[in-house]
Design a protein around this ligand. Structure first.
Ligand SMILES: C[S@@+](CC[C@H](N)C(=O)[O-])C[C@H]1O[C@@H](n2cnc3c(N)ncnc32)[C@H](O)[C@@H]1O
Length: 209
Protein backbone atom coordinates (compact mmCIF):
# COMPACT_ATOMS: atom_id res chain seq x y z
CA UNK A 1 0.00 0.00 0.00
CA UNK A 2 1.44 3.41 -1.02
CA UNK A 3 1.70 6.50 1.20
CA UNK A 4 -1.26 8.14 -0.53
CA UNK A 5 -3.44 5.09 0.11
CA UNK A 6 -2.53 5.14 3.80
CA UNK A 7 -3.28 8.86 4.09
CA UNK A 8 -6.58 8.50 2.23
CA UNK A 9 -7.65 5.45 4.22
CA UNK A 10 -6.93 7.37 7.43
CA UNK A 11 -8.91 10.38 6.14
CA UNK A 12 -11.90 8.25 5.09
CA UNK A 13 -11.88 6.52 8.50
CA UNK A 14 -12.23 9.74 10.53
CA UNK A 15 -15.12 9.65 12.96
CA UNK A 16 -15.33 12.98 14.76
CA UNK A 17 -14.47 16.65 14.08
CA UNK A 18 -11.65 16.23 16.64
CA UNK A 19 -10.22 13.39 14.51
CA UNK A 20 -10.16 15.82 11.54
CA UNK A 21 -8.30 18.47 13.52
CA UNK A 22 -5.68 15.89 14.49
CA UNK A 23 -5.23 14.26 11.07
CA UNK A 24 -5.23 17.47 9.03
CA UNK A 25 -3.00 19.17 11.60
CA UNK A 26 -0.35 16.56 10.80
CA UNK A 27 -1.03 16.58 7.05
CA UNK A 28 -1.23 20.35 6.37
CA UNK A 29 2.32 21.08 5.25
CA UNK A 30 2.61 18.05 2.94
CA UNK A 31 -0.98 17.83 1.63
CA UNK A 32 -0.39 19.80 -1.59
CA UNK A 33 2.70 17.85 -2.65
CA UNK A 34 2.32 14.35 -1.19
CA UNK A 35 -1.42 14.10 -1.81
CA UNK A 36 -2.84 16.66 -4.27
CA UNK A 37 0.03 16.70 -6.77
CA UNK A 38 0.95 13.03 -6.33
CA UNK A 39 -2.65 11.86 -6.88
CA UNK A 40 -3.45 14.42 -9.60
CA UNK A 41 -6.35 15.48 -7.34
CA UNK A 42 -8.97 17.18 -9.52
CA UNK A 43 -11.86 18.09 -7.22
CA UNK A 44 -10.81 21.73 -6.55
CA UNK A 45 -10.40 22.59 -10.22
CA UNK A 46 -13.58 20.73 -11.18
CA UNK A 47 -15.67 22.54 -8.58
CA UNK A 48 -14.23 25.95 -9.49
CA UNK A 49 -14.96 25.26 -13.16
CA UNK A 50 -18.54 24.24 -12.36
CA UNK A 51 -19.09 27.35 -10.22
CA UNK A 52 -17.68 29.64 -12.92
CA UNK A 53 -19.74 27.88 -15.59
CA UNK A 54 -22.92 28.61 -13.63
CA UNK A 55 -22.06 32.31 -13.53
CA UNK A 56 -20.96 32.17 -9.89
CA UNK A 57 -19.64 35.36 -8.34
CA UNK A 58 -18.37 36.61 -4.98
CA UNK A 59 -18.57 36.81 -2.11
CA UNK A 60 -18.00 33.05 -1.96
CA UNK A 61 -17.61 30.76 1.05
CA UNK A 62 -15.30 27.76 0.46
CA UNK A 63 -16.25 25.16 3.07
CA UNK A 64 -13.61 22.67 4.16
CA UNK A 65 -11.19 24.96 2.36
CA UNK A 66 -8.15 23.04 3.59
CA UNK A 67 -4.92 24.33 2.08
CA UNK A 68 -6.81 26.59 -0.31
CA UNK A 69 -6.75 24.74 -3.62
CA UNK A 70 -10.33 25.80 -4.46
CA UNK A 71 -9.58 29.43 -3.60
CA UNK A 72 -6.58 29.32 -5.89
CA UNK A 73 -8.67 27.91 -8.74
CA UNK A 74 -11.42 30.52 -8.21
CA UNK A 75 -8.83 33.29 -8.18
CA UNK A 76 -7.42 32.00 -11.47
CA UNK A 77 -10.97 32.19 -12.86
CA UNK A 78 -11.25 35.81 -11.71
CA UNK A 79 -13.84 35.05 -9.01
CA UNK A 80 -13.72 36.72 -5.59
CA UNK A 81 -13.73 37.64 -2.83
CA UNK A 82 -13.53 34.16 -1.32
CA UNK A 83 -13.55 33.28 2.38
CA UNK A 84 -12.22 29.89 3.46
CA UNK A 85 -13.77 27.95 6.35
CA UNK A 86 -12.25 24.83 7.90
CA UNK A 87 -12.04 23.06 11.24
CA UNK A 88 -8.23 22.81 10.91
CA UNK A 89 -6.30 25.98 11.70
CA UNK A 90 -3.17 24.30 10.33
CA UNK A 91 -4.78 23.68 6.93
CA UNK A 92 -6.13 27.26 6.87
CA UNK A 93 -2.66 28.65 7.60
CA UNK A 94 -1.53 27.04 4.32
CA UNK A 95 -4.58 28.48 2.56
CA UNK A 96 -3.94 31.98 3.89
CA UNK A 97 -0.34 31.82 2.64
CA UNK A 98 -1.62 31.33 -0.92
CA UNK A 99 -3.14 34.82 -0.89
CA UNK A 100 -6.37 33.64 -2.52
CA UNK A 101 -8.70 34.31 0.43
CA UNK A 102 -10.16 37.51 1.88
CA UNK A 103 -10.60 35.81 5.23
CA UNK A 104 -10.04 32.39 6.80
CA UNK A 105 -12.49 31.13 9.40
CA UNK A 106 -11.88 28.25 11.82
CA UNK A 107 -15.27 26.60 12.35
CA UNK A 108 -16.98 23.22 12.58
CA UNK A 109 -19.46 22.56 9.78
CA UNK A 110 -21.35 20.07 11.95
CA UNK A 111 -22.53 22.89 14.21
CA UNK A 112 -24.00 26.38 14.05
CA UNK A 113 -21.82 28.84 12.13
CA UNK A 114 -21.03 32.27 13.51
CA UNK A 115 -21.83 33.89 10.16
CA UNK A 116 -24.64 36.27 9.18
CA UNK A 117 -27.75 35.27 7.26
CA UNK A 118 -27.44 35.85 3.49
CA UNK A 119 -23.74 36.77 3.70
CA UNK A 120 -22.59 34.88 0.59
CA UNK A 121 -23.52 34.83 -3.12
CA UNK A 122 -21.85 31.46 -3.58
CA UNK A 123 -20.89 28.35 -1.62
CA UNK A 124 -18.25 25.95 -2.93
CA UNK A 125 -16.57 22.89 -1.51
CA UNK A 126 -14.20 20.14 -2.63
CA UNK A 127 -13.36 16.95 -0.79
CA UNK A 128 -15.29 17.76 2.38
CA UNK A 129 -18.51 15.81 1.82
CA UNK A 130 -16.86 12.41 1.86
CA UNK A 131 -16.42 9.35 4.08
CA UNK A 132 -15.52 10.25 7.65
CA UNK A 133 -15.96 13.98 7.10
CA UNK A 134 -19.07 16.19 6.96
CA UNK A 135 -22.65 14.97 6.42
CA UNK A 136 -25.58 16.53 4.56
CA UNK A 137 -26.97 18.25 7.68
CA UNK A 138 -24.39 21.01 7.10
CA UNK A 139 -26.49 22.32 4.22
CA UNK A 140 -29.04 23.77 6.65
CA UNK A 141 -26.52 26.32 7.92
CA UNK A 142 -25.01 26.79 4.46
CA UNK A 143 -28.42 27.69 3.05
CA UNK A 144 -28.96 30.15 5.90
CA UNK A 145 -25.74 32.05 5.22
CA UNK A 146 -26.40 32.17 1.45
CA UNK A 147 -28.35 34.97 -0.18
CA UNK A 148 -31.49 33.96 -2.16
CA UNK A 149 -30.27 33.11 -5.67
CA UNK A 150 -26.82 32.08 -4.39
CA UNK A 151 -25.06 29.39 -6.39
CA UNK A 152 -23.81 26.22 -4.70
CA UNK A 153 -21.23 23.93 -6.33
CA UNK A 154 -19.80 21.16 -4.14
CA UNK A 155 -18.29 17.72 -4.53
CA UNK A 156 -19.88 14.74 -2.83
CA UNK A 157 -17.98 11.44 -2.95
CA UNK A 158 -19.96 8.62 -4.57
CA UNK A 159 -19.32 6.41 -1.52
CA UNK A 160 -21.51 8.68 0.63
CA UNK A 161 -23.93 10.17 -1.92
CA UNK A 162 -26.65 7.59 -1.19
CA UNK A 163 -25.19 5.76 1.81
CA UNK A 164 -24.40 8.96 3.72
CA UNK A 165 -27.85 10.46 3.21
CA UNK A 166 -26.94 13.21 0.72
CA UNK A 167 -29.41 12.09 -1.97
CA UNK A 168 -32.25 11.97 0.57
CA UNK A 169 -31.29 15.29 2.13
CA UNK A 170 -31.11 17.08 -1.23
CA UNK A 171 -34.48 15.58 -2.20
CA UNK A 172 -35.95 16.89 1.05
CA UNK A 173 -34.91 20.47 0.22
CA UNK A 174 -37.74 20.64 -2.35
CA UNK A 175 -38.62 24.22 -3.36
CA UNK A 176 -35.91 25.72 -1.13
CA UNK A 177 -33.48 25.07 -4.02
CA UNK A 178 -33.70 25.41 -7.81
CA UNK A 179 -31.77 24.13 -10.84
CA UNK A 180 -30.51 21.11 -8.89
CA UNK A 181 -27.97 19.14 -10.92
CA UNK A 182 -25.47 16.32 -10.38
CA UNK A 183 -22.58 15.56 -12.72
CA UNK A 184 -20.17 12.66 -12.14
CA UNK A 185 -16.43 13.25 -12.29
CA UNK A 186 -13.17 11.44 -11.61
CA UNK A 187 -11.65 12.59 -8.33
CA UNK A 188 -8.09 11.78 -9.48
CA UNK A 189 -6.35 12.18 -12.82
CA UNK A 190 -4.27 9.79 -14.90
CA UNK A 191 -1.17 10.16 -12.70
CA UNK A 192 -2.97 8.63 -9.68
CA UNK A 193 -2.01 5.19 -8.44
CA UNK A 194 -3.42 2.91 -5.78
CA UNK A 195 -6.79 1.66 -4.66
CA UNK A 196 -8.47 5.09 -4.74
CA UNK A 197 -7.27 6.13 -8.20
CA UNK A 198 -10.63 5.36 -9.87
CA UNK A 199 -12.79 7.10 -7.23
CA UNK A 200 -15.85 8.88 -8.59
CA UNK A 201 -17.54 11.94 -7.13
CA UNK A 202 -20.54 14.07 -7.96
CA UNK A 203 -20.44 17.77 -8.61
CA UNK A 204 -23.69 18.86 -7.00
CA UNK A 205 -24.95 22.30 -7.96
CA UNK A 206 -28.10 24.29 -7.25
CA UNK A 207 -29.36 27.76 -6.48
CA UNK A 208 -30.91 28.82 -3.18
CA UNK A 209 -34.47 29.71 -4.17
C1 LIG B 1 -9.88 16.39 1.85
S1 LIG B 1 -9.72 17.93 2.65
C2 LIG B 1 -10.23 19.01 1.31
C3 LIG B 1 -9.56 20.36 1.38
C4 LIG B 1 -9.74 21.22 0.15
N1 LIG B 1 -11.10 21.63 -0.04
C5 LIG B 1 -9.26 20.47 -1.08
O1 LIG B 1 -10.07 20.06 -1.90
O2 LIG B 1 -8.04 20.27 -1.18
C6 LIG B 1 -11.13 18.00 3.73
C7 LIG B 1 -11.14 19.23 4.63
O3 LIG B 1 -12.34 19.20 5.40
C8 LIG B 1 -12.04 19.71 6.67
N2 LIG B 1 -13.06 19.28 7.63
C9 LIG B 1 -13.29 18.01 8.08
N3 LIG B 1 -14.29 18.02 8.98
C10 LIG B 1 -14.70 19.32 9.10
C11 LIG B 1 -15.70 19.96 9.88
N4 LIG B 1 -16.48 19.26 10.73
N5 LIG B 1 -15.86 21.29 9.75
C12 LIG B 1 -15.06 22.01 8.90
N6 LIG B 1 -14.10 21.45 8.14
C13 LIG B 1 -13.91 20.12 8.24
C14 LIG B 1 -10.66 19.16 6.97
O4 LIG B 1 -10.01 19.87 8.01
C15 LIG B 1 -9.99 19.27 5.61
O5 LIG B 1 -9.28 20.48 5.46
Amino acid sequence: MGDQDQELDAAYALKTPEDSVRLYGDWATTYDTDFAAAMDYRSPVEVARAFAGLGGAGPVLDVGAGTGLVGEALKAAGIGPVDGLDISAAMLAEAAAKGAYRDTIVADLTGKLDLSDSAYAGVVSAGTFTSGHVGPEAFEELLRIAVPGAIFAVTVHSAVYEAGGFAAHFASLGPRVADFRTVPFRVYGPAAEGEHSDDIGWIVSFRKA
